[in-house]
Design a protein around this ligand. Structure first.
Ligand SMILES: Nc1ncnc2c1ncn2[C@@H]1O[C@H](COP(=O)(O)OP(=O)(O)OP(=O)(O)O)[C@@H](O)[C@H]1O
Length: 626
């Protein structure tokens, strides 16, 4: 299987999917009045394993919990198991992926029942025969620009020897080999190309007859070997000019067993030893893979070597673990659950297997060559026959005989070519070809309607999940909403405070404005008073002081920048100095000070009314005497 392109191969990383199937109580267990050792939570896929009463210590450890990918109850049908655990992998084989489904568990728990079942009763058919119907239905439903070759192989590992269940000699020991391009394979294993459900089913039945089984105390028909039924689907995608090859391994393991429980002896004892040994190695491989160890003991058993690609390699893998419900199987069930739970953590790296020059291409080329030969022969045989002469010579008769013999030979060769072409053409199945019998079609319909049910189930589940999600979202929104409400309340409170502050500021502004108006009015009043006073002073000066005095006085008047007042020079010559100085009370001084600052404050009438009149009180200018 060489990769067509040199681009890096895209690997699909996926964990091993682990399904659990619980077998119903069997006849023996019912007779013995066995108690159940399990309680399953089918919704959350959790199984609780309870220690038998006599072994209980009263501690929490008496109960063990395991979560798996899915749990099938004892009521689950073969189709339920097929649809959920197998169908998705079968479909991926058509995309060029390798897939492995293996049944694991203690002896007598239902591995063969799950993988093979009873072919004679359609509803009891197991995964392997249901896969046949699915594969051919898939081909019938695919587009016409696809062609397929389906090939099957069937082997068993018995006492650490690989045997070909479909080979001429089932006792012949085969060898497991490895190649970088195709991975692990069994050398000289017989492969059969099949073109119908019947042909593949016949091969399965033939192989099953060759499988070694034995009656034990635990199982009337106990498989003494691990069996691997392999279906290879080569798909030629004409539209993409690409060929993919997907390989599906359907594995029915022999069950682990306790010799004292199964009651085997002699050959059975040896079988038991090698079964347990290989299952122990399988457990060690699972352990090593889960712990990410650099060394994984694949080579310690034929089983693990053969399953190397399926465990941590190029494959999508599903494990179906079988357990019995009875308390008497507690230890074995515990062991199965422990390994199954571990297997969930194994990571596989599947890739699409692209094939260059696959079987389909080779067969198609061969058919083209055969067709060419056939048309040449037809041309020869269609050549006009020699004219019939009335009087034939011996030589003529000889010639005719030769020609007839040649014709016969050509016809024979033509027939052979046609047969060969028919055989080869039969191997290639075209997409859209209806390969299912009516009954099988009905079965497939049953499966698809089951699929619809499952889809309904899934959509119901999805709706439930959506509902839960929405409820969570609602709670989330409500929480956010209430926190928003709180925030809103907080903001409203802050806005109220701000509005209050704005109102206060506005009031203050109005007060200030009012005050300013009042001040302005006071100033204006003051100004008016001053003007009046100045008018009075001017009138008195003009009236009482002669002009020459006035000019004289003006000449003596200088403005003092420091005090910002007019001062009289040579006051010594004035009569005012001779006058007894009127004492200015503290109050008056204060008033005079205040008057400089606060104009709207009116002094009492009796006291100094203005600066100027204050100044006047100290005037050094003599009053004219007339
Ligand atoms: N889910 C089931 N429903 C009904 N019967 C079942 C179921 N599972 C198993 N059985 C019955 O239990 C018996 C033992 O089953 P089976 O042979 O498949 O076990 P096993 O695990 O393959 O055992 P071993 O490892 O010994 O080969 C069979 O008679 C089978 O029909």
């Amino acid at each position: 299987m060489g990769d067509q392109q040199q681009q890096p191969v895209q690997r699909n990383v996926s964990n091993v999917k682990v399904f659990l199937r619980v077998r119903p109580f069997n006849e023996r267990e019912v007779k013995e009045g066995s108690k159940a050792t399990l309680v399953c939570d089918y919704r959350d896929h959790v199984v609780m394993l309870q220690k038998p009463k006599e072994k209980c210590s009263g501690k929490d450890t008496d109960k063990k919990y395991f979560q798996l990918d899915y749990i099938f109850s004892p009521l689950a049908t073969q189709l339920d198991v097929y649809r959920l655990a197998a169908a998705p992998l079968v479909e991926q084989v058509f995309d060029g992926y390798n897939g492995t489904i293996f049944a694991y568990g203690q002896t007598g728990t239902g591995k063969t029942f799950t993988m093979t079942g009873n072919y004679a009763i359609p509803e009891s058919r197991g995964i392997i025969p249901n896969t046949f119907t699915h594969i051919f239905a898939q081909i019938a439903n695919s587009s016409e620009d696809r062609s397929f070759i389906v090939k099957v192989m069937y082997l068993e590992i018995y006492n650490e020897e690989v045997r070909d269940l479909l080979g001429a000699d089932p006792n012949k020991k085969l060898q497991i080999k490895e190649r970088t391009d195709i991975g692990i394979y069994v050398k000289d294993l017989t492969g059969f190309t099949v073109d119908s459900v019947d042909s593949i089913s016949q091969l399965m039945e033939r192989g099953n007859k060759n499988r070694i089984t034995r009656s034990t105390m635990m199982n009337n028909v106990s498989s003494r070997s691990h069996a691997v039924f392999t279906i290879v689907v080569e798909t030629r995608h004409r539209d993409k000019n690409q060929t993919t090859v997907g390989k599906l391994n359907l594995v029915d393991l022999a069950g682990s067993e306790r010799v004292n429980k199964t009651g085997v002896s002699g050959i059975g004892l040896r079988e038991s030893g090698s079964i347990n040994q290989s299952l122990l190695t399988l457990g060690n491989v699972i352990q090593a893979l889960v712990e990410n160890k650099s060394f994984v003991p694949y080579r310690n058993s034929k089983l693990t070597r053969l399953l190397q690609d399926s465990l941590g390699g190029n494959s999508k893998t599903t494990m179906i673990s079988m357990i019995g419900p009875a308390e008497s199987d507690y230890e074995e069930t515990y062991s199965t659950l422990r390994y199954s739970h571990k297997a969930k953590f194994i990571r596989n790296f599947a890739k699409v297997n692209l094939e260059e020059g696959g079987l389909i291409e080779r067969f198609e080329n061969e058919i083209a060559e055969l067709q060419q030969k056939l048309s040449l022969l037809t041309m020869v045989s269609d050549q006009p026959k020699a004219q019939k002469k009335k009087n034939k010579t011996d030589a003529d008769i000889e010639k005719i005989k030769k020609a007839e013999a040649e014709m016969l030979r050509i016809e024979g060769e033509k027939r052979e070519l046609e047969e060969r072409m028919a055989i080869i053409s039969k191997k290639i199945i075209c997409g859209g070809e209806n390969l299912l019998e009516k009954a099988q079609q009905q079965e497939f319909l049953l499966m698809t309607s089951g699929e619809e049910l499952e889809n309904l189930d899934k959509s119901h589940q999805a709706l439930e999940e959506q509902f839960n999600r929405m409820t969570e979202e609602k709670i989330d929104i409500e929480e956010k909403y209430s926190s928003l409400q709180e925030e809103d309340m907080d903001l409203t409170r802050k806005i109220g405070m701000m509005q209050q502050r704005i109102k206060e500021a506005k009031d203050e502004y109005a007060d200030k404005e009012h005050e300013y108006q009042r001040e302005m009015e006071a100033l204006n009043d003051n100004n008016r008073l001053l003007i009046r006073e100045m008018q009075l002073s001017g009138l008195m000066i003009d009236y009482y002081i002669p002009l020459e005095y006035k000019k004289l006085i003006q000449n003596y008047c200088t403005f003092n920048n420091d005090t910002q007042e007019y001062q009289l020079q040579g006051v010594a010559y004035t009569g005012n100095n001779m006058r007894k100085r009127q004492t200015v009370t503290e109050d008056e001084a204060l008033i005079s000070f205040e008057m400089k600052q606060v104009y709207h404050k009116y002094p009492e009438k009796k006291k100094v009314t203005s600066k100027r009149s204050l100044l006047k009180a100290y005037s050094a200018v003599p009053k004219p005497t007339r």
